[in-house]
Each structure stands twice: as structure tokens, then as C-alpha cells.
Design a protein around this ligand. Structure first.
Ligand SMILES: [Zn+2]
Length: 295
């Protein structure tokens, strides 16, 4: 099992950090958790293409977690030329409505899809890619999730937990994948010491947690419960007993020399495990960091 951070940024535009996205490769499955702006280029840089992706999960439907999904979905359908299974998509409601409004026959991309199905030039390239006409309209398998739900895959299970973010306007989840090779928990966007995330992350090998703000610099207490701070992140990891903590979702003001080190030092006073400062395209050792000797 391999975990790669595709996007460790926020909605704030950044060339250094794409918005939220994570890649898990396990067995023959290529699973993407969230796919915010810039993340699709990172997927390509990680050596994967849209047609390789088998499952997409969303923690919530803020745009910094789903904008590049449009690119992933349409590229996968177009390049896949009906030769690969339909994409399996999971996330909070109204996911089915969102997918329909984007890719249904009356959806925003309906005219594009219709033209690619009907125009002879598009049919020709479809055949050149190995497709057999008539080309099919994409029919993804969409599953709307609730906290407590489990999704069974081939040798893995994803469990859904409640995050503390912008409910009730958006449903906001954490996700946890368990397999024989280890367990990965992702907080989604979650602030404060969210009981649902502490519960979901219990005993996990890796907890990937939002670290949006430096403690005591949040504009308001409500904002802290939505976006968190580094002391709260440390408490979540400590209370959950996570073996490794990976920090992500960084604003520029936290991502500064000296500030980074202070955040890690102060987290270390609460949480005793290894703390990894996430970077785009970083591969995370699921069973914890190991030293190796240079020869
Ligand atoms: Zn969010």
C-alpha cells in the first residue's frame, strides 16, 4: 500500500501546494481522496493517469476538495474509450446531484459529452483508442455516504467519520482506510478536537490532519472549530493514539521557516509520535519513518 500526498494546500492560490488530494495505491486499486485545484497535475507527476483511477472519495464538497474532479472524470471517460469500468465515486450528499448536474445529459458538460459521442471525428479517435461504437454515456457508480458507513474494496475497507467543519451547510467527513498493510486516517477539513475524528483515527498507523492555523492566531473561536489550530491537531493525534501524524492543508503564514519548526516542537509537547510536515508528492511510510544508513 502506498500513500502519496497530491495536494497539501488550501483554497488560497499557490504554485507550491495544490489544493487537497491524496492518492492510495493498494492491490490493483488506485484510490483518490479529494481532488482540489492543481491536484490533477500532481496525479500525473506521481505517475498515474485518470484512466488508472478506480475509486474517488470526497471528504466534503468545498471547491478546494473537488474542482479537479471534473478534469479527472472527463479525461478518464474520454481516454478510457469504454474499455475501463465506470468510476466509483463516494462522498456526502448532494454528491449524486452534483455529478448529475455536471455530467448528465442536461448537465454542464452534457453538450461536450454529446458531441464526443456523436461527431464522426470524435468517433474516429474513440475507435483508434480501442473503443467499439456506439460510444456509451458515462454512468459512474455514485454512492452517498453517512458517518459510520463502510465501503468494502478488494482487501481494504473505508470507514466514514464526522468531521467538525461547516455543517449543516455541507456534510463534512473524515475517511479511514484499513487493510492488512496498515491503516490511514484522513481528517478531511476538521477543526477543534473533533470527537468524530478522534474516534475514527483510534490506533491508526497514519493520521493525515488539516493544520490550517497557528494556535491563538485564529480570527474567532468559531473559526477555530471550523479550521483548527496546531495544538488541537496535536490533541486529536494524541487522544486517538495515531502512530504517525502527517500535517497538511497549510496556509502560507504557517508554512514559513522557523514557524514550521515551532509548530512541530509545540505539537511534540502533546503528541509523542513522529510528526511529518506534508509536501506535495511526498510518499508517506505507512508503517512509520525508518532510518537507513548511507553506504
Ligand atoms: Zn473545507
Amino acid at each position: 500500500m502506498k500513500l502519496t500526498l497530491l495536494g497539501t494546500g488550501t483554497p488560497t492560490p499557490s504554485l507550491k501546494r495544490a489544493s487537497s488530494s491524496y492518492l492510495i495505491e493498494i492491490g490493483g486499486d488506485v484510490i483518490v481522496w479529494d481532488h482540489g485545484p492543481g491536484a490533477h497535475n500532481r496525479l500525473l507527476e506521481a505517475g498515474k493517469r485518470a484512466v488508472d483511477v478506480t475509486h474517488v472519495f470526497f471528504s466534503h464538497l468545498h471547491y478546494d476538495h473537488c474542482c479537479d474532479f471534473v478534469r479527472l472524470f472527463l479525461t478518464r471517460w474520454d481516454q478510457g474509450a469504454d474499455r475501463i469500468p465506470e468510476l466509483r465515486i463516494y462522498g456526502p450528499p448532494p454528491l449524486r446531484r452534483m455529478v448529475g448536474l455536471l455530467f448528465g445529459e442536461d448537465g454542464a458538460f452534457g453538450p461536450d459529452i454529446n458531441a464526443r459521442i456523436r461527431h464522426q471525428g470524435s468517433i474516429d479517435i474513440f475507435v483508434a483508442r480501442g473503443g467499439k461504437p456506439p460510444r456509451k454515456w458515462p454512468k459512474p457508480e455514485v454512492t452517498e455516504l453517512r458517518p459510520g458507513d463502510k465501503v468494502q474494496g478488494n482487501g481494504w475497507t473505508v470507514t466514514v467519520g464526522a468531521a467538525s467543519h461547516v455543517q449543516p451547510y455541507l456534510e463534512c467527513y473524515g475517511l479511514r482506510l484499513d487493510s492488512a498493510e496498515g491503516s490511514i486516517c484522513y481528517s478531511g477539513d476538521s477543526g477543534g478536537v473533533a470527537p468524530g475524528i478522534v474516534e475514527l483515527a483510534k490506533g491508526c498507523d497514519v493520521l493525515v490532519h488539516m493544520n490550517h492555523y497557528f494556535s491563538d492566531t485564529e480570527p474567532t473561536e468559531i473559526y477555530r472549530l471550523v479550521c483548527g489550530n496546531h495544538v488541537d491537531t496535536a490533541k486529536v493525534a494524541q487522544q486517538a493514539g495515531a502512530r504517525t501524524l502527517v500535517l497538511t492543508h497549510f496556509l502560507e503564514q504557517v508554512d514559513q521557516p522557523g514557524v514550521r519548526e515551532q509548530v512541530i516542537r509545540e505539537i511534540g509537547r502533546i503528541y509523542a509520535g513522529p510528526v511529518i510536515w506534508g509536501e506535495d508528492l511526498m510518499e508517506i511510510p505507512v508503517k512509520g519513518p525508518t532510518m537507513y544508513k548511507m553506504e
